[in-house]
Each structure stands twice: as C-alpha cells, then as structure tokens.
Write a protein that binds this ligand. Structure first.
Ligand code: ATP
Ligand code: MG
Length: 394
C-alpha cells in the first residue's frame, strides 16, 4: 500500500557543513536495521530528505519497528507515491488513502499541499481547496479545521506526487557512529544497559566490558550479559564485549583489604581495567549505570573514590534518575525482562555486610597498598585472559 517512508530528522538538519556526514550515517544505519526485515528496500537521500522506498511486498509493522530503532529519526511517515497523471488521479489517491487509513470518518482535517515543481498547473492554495472539496464530497462526516486539524493531509508535488497523513514517532537522538566511541561497563543489572542505550542515542558507538567471577558466577550469568549487549546492539549497532575474569583480583582484595571497603576497591579496579581496553580501542570515555545514592557504592563520596582512578571522562547518564524512571526506559528498550533474571553478580558475592557509605579516599588508597605485591601481575593476567564476543543486534 505505501510505496515509501519519508524519514524526518531534526537535530541533524542543523549541522551545517557536517550535515552530509550525519545523513550518510543515518542512511547506513537504516540499511543495517532493514537487513533484518524481509523485502526489498532502497534508502535514498533527496534534497534534504531521506526516503525508504519499498519494492514488492513487505510487512508494514516490521519495517516501522526496525526504523523506530534508528537513532536520528524523529518521525516515520508512510507515503503513497504516484506518477503525476492529472488532478483527478491525485484526488482519487487521496480519497482511497483516507478510506483505508481512517475507518471512522468523523474527524477534522486540513490539506497542506506543497510544490517543489513550480510548473505544476495549479498553485498550492488551489490544490488545498480542490482536494478539500473532494474529501468533503466523498466523506460528508469529515469537517475542515484549518487551525487544529485532527488529520493533516500532506500532498507534495515533486517529480512524483507524495501523499501522507501520519507521522509515527522515531527514537530521536543522533545517528550512531557520529560521535565517537565509548566504553560501557556492562553488568547484568537493569541500569547499565539503559546507560549504554542513552549514550548511544547521542550518536556514540559502544564497546563494553563485563567482569565475571567464575566459578562464583555462572555461565548463565555471562550469557545474560551477552544477551543484554545484543539487545542494546539493536539500537547501538554491533558491540565488542570484553569479558574479564575478575575472580583472582576479587579474591586477592578480599584477602588483603578491610571488608567494608571491598566494593569500592573492586569498583576502582573495574574502572582501571575498563579504561585499559578503552584506551587500547580508541574510546573517548567510560560509561556506567551509576545513580547518586542508589547503593552504598554510589554515594557521592563513593563515586569520588571510584572516579579518582580514571583519566578518561566517566559518563553517567543515569546519575539523577530514580529507579522507576530507569525501569521505564529498560521496559521500553526491552532489556528489563533479561535484566531481572536472578543470576548472581560478581559484586554481590563478595559484598560486605556493612559496606562504607562515605569512604575516605586517603584511607582507601592506604588499604590498597596491601595489594602491591601481586596486583600488577593479576591485572596483566586478567587483561591477557579476556574473552571477546562481538554482539550484534537480533
Ligand atoms: P546495574 O543494574 O547496571 O547492575 P547496579 O545498580 O547494580 O547497576 P552497581 O552494581 O553498584 O549498580 O554497579 C554500578 C555500575 O558499575 C553499573 O551500572 C555498571 O556500569 C558497573 N558494573 C557493576 N558491576 C559490573 C560488572 N560485573 N561488570 C561490568 N560493569 C559493572
Ligand atoms: Mg550491578
């Protein structure tokens, strides 16, 4: 029924000379997501527009679903495209469209015609009036409202005639890959996949690091994180996931450091290792799912202590989010059901009964001196034994 989808984008339209880079990234990302949908699609740029043209049969809902995961898109308009074979045919196409798309005809409407082809024999105003009349004749239940119409019928006279009246919201944001790369610390929880999604939405491509602690954490816990990375990759594009065996470092910290400081010291080593991979692969920052006050290791004092080991900026998109708000996003992006699977996490296993909530940085650093003998070797070993999995959206 619809021969094309007109893709509306907002922010990328204002990027001056860089505009084509953003549009090219948008076109590329649309193509990637449409690969998962059956059908023939041609994505093309035309005068500041992006169109997805369809050829033959396709599943409308699947196409819309795939497009609504492409960052940078603010609106998806299903378009009827016809050859210009005269006014009567244009009017008939509009009537047929309304007939099919709106079972209940009790609505107000306005016709908004535009001509890119100025040699068309009618002015835009004349098209508006004449099409409006035809609609009122065909569907007497409808009414014209030029100020606040319920349905806006767009007619664009271009090489072809485009007719559309609905705009399905897209995810917004910027095309992934236009803003550099970030290293996400991805756990199996609710927060970090949401944090990755949010930063990716600003155009950042993602790499990820996960710390596991076999045999204390299971293969299933690891698979859960791979599954989460694949879910985030549906939006963010393929994610290289570094799976770090953290057991020996955790046991060593457990043996040598005060137990109430375990979580903070562990978090500091996680950041250091993630930063190592980040630098190696050209990431411009670290990303975590931390939020002020959520747990003992996320008070401002704890965040200060964790942050202190990093040279790269640490992006914490959820810093001021309440848990409810984070859960709402995770449901929207379909990571929630995976995140709540009850597999053990490496942090919870070695967690102290009464962790410090206001760690003192100098005291933490002093406690870490007890690790001097073996920690460098363990650090090297953890890096050398890291497993890499490329997670693609599915
Ligand atoms: P999440 O729901 O994402 O697990 P959380 O509320 O459980 O977060 P913490 O366990 O304190 O919070 O972790 C804070 C952040 O540290 C996480 O959002 C994540 O970015 C990172 N992190 C924690 N554990 C791991 C892990 N095992 N591997 C990788 N990153 C981790
Ligand atoms: Mg966690």
């Amino acid at each position: 029924m619809y021969q094309a989808f007109l893709i509306k984008y907002a922010e990328i339209a204002i990027k001056g000379k860089n505009r084509y880079l953003f549009e090219d990234a948008l076109v590329k990302n649309i193509n990637i997501n449409l690969k998962q949908v059956d059908g023939n699609f041609n994505v093309r740029k035309e005068n500041g527009r992006v169109y997805v043209e369809t050829e033959g049969d396709y599943d409308f809902d699947e196409v819309v679903e795939a497009l609504s995961r492409v960052f940078g898109i603010v609106g998806i308009c299903p378009v009827i495209m016809i050859e210009d074979t005269g006014f009567d045919d244009m009017a008939k196409a509009v009537i047929d469209h309304i007939n099919e798309a709106y079972p209940d005809k009790h609505f107000t409407f306005k016709v908004d015609a535009r001509r890119a082809r100025k040699n068309y024999p009618m002015t835009s105003m004349e098209i508006n009036a004449a099409i409006g009349e035809r609609i009122l004749e065909a569907f007497p239940e409808t009414k014209v409202d030029v100020h606040h119409p319920q349905v806006m019928i767009h007619i664009e006279v271009r090489p072809l005639i485009n007719i559309y009246s609905t705009e399905i919201p897209g995810p917004g944001g910027m095309p992934t890959g236009t803003a550099g790369k970030g290293m996400l610390l991805l756990s199996g929880g609710i927060d970090s996949p949401v944090a990755g999604y949010m930063v990716a939405k600003r155009g950042v491509s993602l790499e990820a690091t996960y710390f596991h602690a076999p045999p204390y954490t299971s293969e299933r816990a690891k698979q859960k994180v791979v599954d989460l990375a694949k879910k985030v990759a549906r939006y963010a594009g393929p994610i290289k996931l570094n799976i770090v065996n953290f057991t020996d470092i955790q046991l060593y910290i457990y043996e040598k450091c005060p137990h109430e400081e375990l979580t903070i010291i562990m978090r500091r080593y996680m950041m250091k290792i993630a930063e190592h991979f980040a630098k190696e692969d050209g990431c411009l920052g670290l990303i975590t799912g931390e939020s002020i006050g959520q747990v003992a290791s996320q008070t401002m004092q704890s965040l200060l202590a964790t942050n202190e080991v990093c040279e790269l900026p640490v992006y914490r998109p959820l810093i001021a989010f309440d848990k409810n708000d984070i859960v709402a996003v995770s449901e929207k992006i379909d990571t929630y059901e995976t995140s709540i699977l009850p597999y053990e996490d490496c942090c919870t296993i070695f967690v102290a009964k009464h962790p410090v909530t206001k760690p003192n940085l100098e005291r933490i650093k002093k406690s870490e001196l007890a690790l001097n003998e073996k920690i460098d070797a363990l650090f090297e070993e953890a890096i050398a034994s890291t497993e890499v999995v490329i997670c693609k959206g599915e």
